[in-house]
Ligand binder design. Structure first.
Ligand SMILES: [Cu+2]
Length: 130
């Protein structure tokens, strides 16, 4: 009996160590193109670079046009932009490709990233198109 007890304690300690190791593996957005707050010509694609490999089937992003005050007569309310979201050239990169060239305005990217520990992490950033 005492052997079993010792074994279960050892298993519990091992599980605790594993949990603390995976808790550090949450994907963080390290950089993006366009960068947050930038104001440049319309990008043909938006790249998000994360700190961890992404689980593509659970990760994704939405592109929203949040301000179009430069377009007279257009309602100034947030509007989803049709775009394809795919894995990039490496497993830490997500690429958003708008279906049509982005027009002048302010855009927000709302991302959701899941890596090996399966916890969804969300965030957002905005940029402008001249
Ligand atoms: Cu986690």
């Amino acid at each position: 009996m005492s052997f079993l007890k010792t074994t279960s304690v050892a298993v519990a300690i091992t599980a605790g160590l594993l949990l603390s190791a995976v808790a550090q593996a949450h994907p963080k957005l390290l950089a993006s193109t366009p960068a947050e707050g930038s104001d440049a010509a319309a990008p043909s694609k938006i790249e998000l670079h994360f700190s961890e490999n992404l689980t593509t089937q659970f990760s994704g992003a939405k592109l929203i046009m949040t301000d179009m005050t430069d377009m007279p007569g257009m309602p100034n309310s947030p509007m989803g932009v049709k775009a394809a979201v795919a894995a990039g050239g490496d497993p830490k990169t997500m690429v958003i490709t708008p279906a049509a060239p982005l027009t002048t305005g302010t855009y927000k990217v709302e991302w959701r990233a899941v890596s090996s520990d399966t916890h969804p992490i969300t965030g957002n950033f905005s940029f402008k198109v001249k």
